[in-house]
Design a protein around this ligand. Sequence first.
Ligand SMILES: Nc1nc2c(ncn2[C@@H]2O[C@H](COP(=O)(O)OP(=O)(O)O)[C@@H](O)[C@H]2O)c(=O)[nH]1
Ligand SMILES: [Mg+2]
Length: 323
Amino acid sequence: MTNIDELFVAIREGDRAALARAITLIESRRSDDHAMRLELLELCHTDSTDSLRLAVTGAPGVGKSTLIEGLGLNFIENGAKVAVLAIDPSSTRTGGSILGDKTRMTNLSKNESAFIRPSPSSGFLGGVAEMTRETILLCEAAGYNRILIETVGVGQSESSVSQLTDLVLYVAISGAGDSLQGIKRGILETIHVVAVNKNDGSNERASASFAADLRNSLKLLKGSGPAAEVLLTSALTGNGVHELAQTIERLCHSLKDDDSFQSRRLDQRRLWFDDAVNYLLEQRISSDPRLFELKTALKGKIESEGTNPYAAALSLVNAILGS
Ligand SMILES: Nc1nc2c(ncn2[C@@H]2O[C@H](COP(=O)(O)OP(=O)(O)O)[C@@H](O)[C@H]2O)c(=O)[nH]1
Ligand SMILES: [Mg+2]
């Protein structure tokens, strides 16, 4: 039996093993851990406003992890504490990417001021978001003030990660078909900074013209608002990484100077509430065989008997309320 108060004190004191244990507790999702989880979250409740939550997204292999190592070390040089959460939806299947991510960040992982947590997404709907929100709060309670969240830029993960973060960094490379057309529109609008990475060796010319194209397209797309900034980086040589870190810090400051930072966080807290209600209702249903059977039966009726979905939902909700 874990003593949550003791665990929390250890987290606050910067004990990384304690933080790792707490995250494991959050991720376990065992129903008998439910009370402990809640207790832990209550303790971490205060939303840290001196932190920056940065999403780092982009296709596999573009250099996100390598760039995070460089960015993280830059932030640390400026006095920050850096937590890296790598969420890879594909890693539950292959297991490979997570190992890859770790080896790309050897210097960062050796640094006293860094905490790296590769997390396979647990696979259930909304799982990435739910677990990550709680993990962010734990890291902030432990004093980490630069939270970098790496996700693979495919599928749903990147749009949900923008709902958990203050800024979104998109990592792209020239060629490889990774043009603007390849980026889904809804995602493009959530991006604050683009790093055109692998700007080294024979790639340099193509990178520069790709970056220019991106700047033009992003300007058109944004209309009157500020367009996402495009920077050239080489995570391998380190060129441009310091400038990228500075740009991110500058954007962070300007967001905090007006209301947008706080209002975005508030929107995210509202969304968390909605997601949590849905999640808890789902849990209630799946932990009660009678409700679970009713739900399955109602779904069957929608398919086979043409039952009205609204009416079916109403009878399920009534059954939950009456149970
Ligand atoms: N030439 C070059 N290679 C890079 C650069 N950044 C990363 N790589 C290499 O690209 C591969 C994938 O990098 P990784 O950081 O794991 O990409 P991720 O899948 O986006 O996290 C590795 O072999 C890196 O060494 C860069 O700026 N230039
Ligand atoms: Mg990676």
